[in-house]
Design a protein around this ligand. Structure first.
Ligand SMILES: CC(C)(COP(=O)(O)OP(=O)(O)OC[C@H]1O[C@@H](n2cnc3c(N)ncnc32)[C@H](O)[C@@H]1OP(=O)(O)O)[C@@H](O)C(=O)NCCC(=O)NCCS
Length: 181
């Protein structure tokens, strides 16, 4: 993994960098796929929805109580294949929540695992975070497999605690400590 001040991560097959407004069309293409994204809190209906989403993100990584977003690029094609959000929270800004979304044509190749692993390394080693969590719908099997593959521990199952797409849904919280990594 390589990083620099502009926050770029590089893995064997992928590159990640902060999202910019120019990425909106690529992001809309896969985020508007309502079937693949049925467990997500919001699905964009238009490019301007994506624009509003990007404009609300933190401009710099590691700002307390903020969401920062990276795009995931396949190095071989230079295509944007997905994105990865990082929520900075908690006292002393020592905890983070992560969420990963891939264009469905890039699923099942190990790309999400490779991207999230690199971000975990960055959060624990470069930013010295204490704990990383993921909040997942219990029906979202691919996401559950992803975090379990990376060693996250299931810590909580909240019943009908989130109102998403017009209904109350359960929420499972997985967590990973720096000491576990
Ligand atoms: C969550 C999400 C990113 C996971 O994607 P994924 O394709 O299942 O995960 P990976 O890219 O890590 O691929 C892993 C799979 O590829 C397989 N694979 C194939 N080739 C591989 C390779 N060369 N290296 C590693 N794994 C490979 C693995 O065996 C694994 O298969 P399995 O799931 O049957 O065990 C994807 O389902 C998604 O975008 N969902 C919609 C958005 C969403 O709900 N996000 C969660 C919000 S919390």
């Amino acid at each position: 993994m390589e990083t620099n001040n502009a926050m770029k991560l590089e893995t064997e097959r992928l590159r990640m960098r902060p999202v910019t407004i120019e990425d909106k069309s690529a992001i809309f293409e896969y985020r508007s796929d309502s079937e693949t994204n049925k467990y997500q809190g919001s699905i964009p209906n238009s490019l301007s929805d994506v624009e509003a989403f990007i404009n609300k993100l933190a401009k710099h990584i590691n700002e307390p109580s903020s969401w920062f977003q990276l795009v995931i690029i396949e190095r071989a094609s230079e295509e944007i294949i997905g994105d990865l959000g990082i929520h900075f929270f908690g006292s002393e800004n020592k905890q983070t929540e992560i969420g990963c979304t891939l264009n469905k044509i890039y699923h099942h190749r190990g790309y999400a695992t490779e991207a999230v692993r690199s971000v975990i390394d960055y959060l624990f080693h470069d930013l010295n975070k204490h704990r990383i969590i993921a909040s997942i719908d219990p029906a979202n099997e691919s996401s559950i497999k992803l975090v379990e593959r990376l060693g996250f521990r299931k810590e909580a199952h909240f019943v009908k605690s989130l109102f998403i797409n017009g209904q109350w849904v359960d929420d499972i919280v997985y967590a990973l400590l720096k000491d576990d990594w």
